[in-house]
Every structure is written in C-alpha cells, then in structure tokens.
Write a protein that binds this ligand. Structure first.
Ligand SMILES: NC(=O)c1ccc[n+]([C@@H]2O[C@H](COP(=O)([O-])OP(=O)(O)OC[C@H]3O[C@@H](n4cnc5c(N)ncnc54)[C@H](OP(=O)(O)O)[C@@H]3O)[C@@H](O)[C@H]2O)c1
Length: 330
C-alpha cells in the first residue's frame, strides 16, 4: 500500500462551482507524467490566491491540486538529464490551471518543465522568489534588452508592496537604478525604502484618466497592475523609454492613445512567465541568484504553515499581506 499525504485540492461542485480543501491522496492519484518529485517548499502568488479563494477562472479542469510553483528533489526520473536527488524548481507551465500543481508533498511532472536550482540557492529561497520574483526579473531583463540603463532616469514600479513589485524594487535598486515605488498603502513607505525605493508615490497619482501625453518622467516601468495606472505610466514615459506590463491586479483594461508610441517611441513590452522557454528561465534564475540581496529577500518573506494556506490566500487578495510568502510542504 502506498503512503498517503495531504494535497490542497479543488473539487468541482456541479457545473460552475468548486470547493478547495485538504485531501489525503497517494502516488496512485498523481498524473501519468514521468518524473516523480518530492516537494519541500511552495509559495503563494496572486494567481494561487485567486484559485484557492475561488476568485478567478484559473483552474481549467477538476479535480485540481492547486499551487503554481514548487521546489524540491527528484525521487525518480526516466529522463537521463535528471537523476534522483537533483534539486529542481518549477514555475508555471500550467500548474494549477491545466496541470496538477504544487500544494502536495509529491507530484509527477514533465521533465520539460524542470529548472535546476541555482548553485548556492536554497529551495526555500527559490520559493521566496517564486513566480513573482522570476517575473520581476523577466521585466528587469526586458528593460535591459531595450537599452534602459542605470542612470537613464527614474524607473516606476507599480503595485510595489506586492510579490512582483517588491522584488522588482529590490533588484532594480541593487543594479543601480533610481526606483520610484507606487503603492496604495502609503503606510508601507518606509518598508519600500528599505527594499530600495528612492521615492514612494501614492497609487492615486496614477489611478486616473490620463491625458494622451503627460510630462515625461519614467525611463522605464515595471507594471503589475494594468488599467488606468498603466495608461498613465505610458503617457508619462520618457522619449525612447520602455514599459513592461506583467500584471492586472488593478484591472485588465488598457485605454491609451498611440501618441506615446508614435511621438516618443515608447515601447510597451508584455511579459509572460508561464510559458517562457527553458533557456529564458535558466538565464532569469541565474540572474536572480546573482542580483538578489538574499538578506533583504528574507526580510521580505513570511513563512506560512501548509494548513494556513487557504486563509493566507484570502489575506493576499484583501491587501492584508505584503512581499512574499513561503509555504513548507509537510
Ligand atoms: N505575466 C506573468 O507571467 C505574471 C507572473 C506573476 C504575476 N503576474 C501578475 O502580476 C500581478 C502582481 O502579482 P503579485 O504576485 O505581485 O500579486 P500581489 O502580491 O497581490 O501584489 C499585487 C499588488 O498590486 C497592488 N494592487 C492590488 N489591488 C490593486 C488595485 N485594485 N488597483 C491597483 N493596485 C492594486 C497592491 O500593491 P500596492 O498596495 O503597493 O499598491 C498589491 O500588493 C498580478 O496581476 C499577477 O497575476 C503575472
């Protein structure tokens, strides 16, 4: 008889609803995929919170083990590139959407999704970074790819107290950029300065109808919120500047004119972490290992007990948490 373990599972109720609860499963309940992994840590991203709190259409098939990110060790693999004992990370690739996810002690996964844990980084640190931090790095790399250099001017980070935003602030500051953090929670201004923001501005300054072109300010933007805030940021971006859009915490709409693009050559770059290729991921994780201040990361990370995962997801959506959360899977 195989040993049972707990998984946080979404189970359909009728055609349109589902329940999320801890369920005892065994390896026999895992999908028919080649690589068996033991999961040590996971995390809570915005998408996880939506799925667990039943707030968005994240989960596409049921029953579904939730959890977008995992870090752990390989137990067995028929793929010769990977062997038992290898420390690995998975971010996205449809986990918790179309593929069984991370909130379980063991999981079966595809060898095509695996990234080696960078040398010197612990599994726990990799989940303190998680998809949020890996996406923040993808945004920073897009700023670099588009010629936005430290010294070019202010870089705006929106949704700055969140997972993506807080790590973007840390990385950009470490790389020597002048970071301006936009937040709806001004009470966290000191915390954002500690992470590396030179200036903290109120979300309301940007959350309004923008004029087609506004005074040029930002050399680059990391936007986690979309909607009016993104539209205003685009209208305020300097000649030749780059705006990276990765999130929709404030809304998925975007109402802009072509003026910033045709008169200022502003570039709007979409960033997707979920289906990014393995070489892109490996490079992002190499950079994260190099460009994260791990002491600061620790101060930006809360430990959440596996059993408290559902309530922590609600807290995240209600704006009761900040920074990153790590979940030890036991
Ligand atoms: N493209 C990708 O591959 C990818 C990967 C990861 C995440 N994302 C997306 O990026 C976004 C941020 O993810 P996260 O993990 O950082 O989430 P998070 O930790 O919940 O942070 C989101 C932040 O956005 C701000 N915010 C929340 N509600 C808002 C509203 N109604 N209007 C304006 N700002 C609001 C808050 O920051 P302040 O209180 O500081 O304003 C909040 O902390 C999400 O939309 C997520 O789905 C995309």
């Amino acid at each position: 008889m195989t040993k049972s373990f707990k998984a946080l599972m979404a189970i359909a109720v009728g055609e349109r609803d589902y329940n999320v609860s801890f369920t005892d499963i065994t390896e026999n309940d895992l999908p028919d995929l080649p690589v068996l992994v033991e999961i040590d840590y996971s995390t809570i991203n915005y998408k996880d919170a939506l799925a667990v709190a039943k707030k968005g259409k994240i989960i596409r098939s049921f029953p579904m083990i939730c959890g977008v990110d995992l870090a752990g060790r390989i137990i067995s693999s028929p793929d010769e590139k990977w062997k038992a004992g290898d420390n690995i990370i998975i971010n996205g690739f449809g986990l918790s959407e179309t593929q069984q996810g991370a909130y379980t002690r063991r999981q079966r996964v595809s060898a095509d999704w695996l990234v080696k844990l960078p040398e010197g980084m612990t599994s726990r640190q990799s989940m303190a970074i998680g998809t949020a931090g890996y996406t923040a790095m993808l945004c920073v790399q897009e700023l670099e790819n588009n010629g936005v250099e430290p010294g070019a001017g202010e870089i705006l980070v929106t949704g700055a107290t969140g997972g993506v935003g807080s790590i973007a602030v840390m990385i950009l500051n470490k790389l020597g950029y002048q970071v301006v953090a936009s937040t709806g929670r001004k009470e966290h201004a000191e915390y954002l300065k500690l992470l590396g923001a030179e200036l903290v501005i109120e979300r309301d300054e940007l959350d309004r109808d923008a004029r087609p072109l506004e005074k040029e300010r930002w050399a680059g933007v990391v936007d986690c919120v979309g909607g009016k805030i993104l539209a205003t940021a685009i209208a305020q971006t300097q000649y030749g500047g780059t705006v990276t859009a990765c999130g929709l915490a404030g809304g998925y709409g975007l109402s802009v004119t072509v003026m910033p693009f045709i008169l200022r050559g502003v570039k709007l770059i979409g960033v997707d972490s979920v289906m990014a290729s393995i070489p892109v991921r490996v490079e992002a994780w190499r950079r994260l290992n190099q460009d994260i201040d791990f002491k600061l990361l620790e101060s930006n990370t809360a430990d959440i007990k596996f059993k408290d995962l559902p309530s922590a997801c609600v807290d995240l959506l209600e704006g009761q948490s900040k920074g990153r959360m790590v979940v030890e899977i036991i």
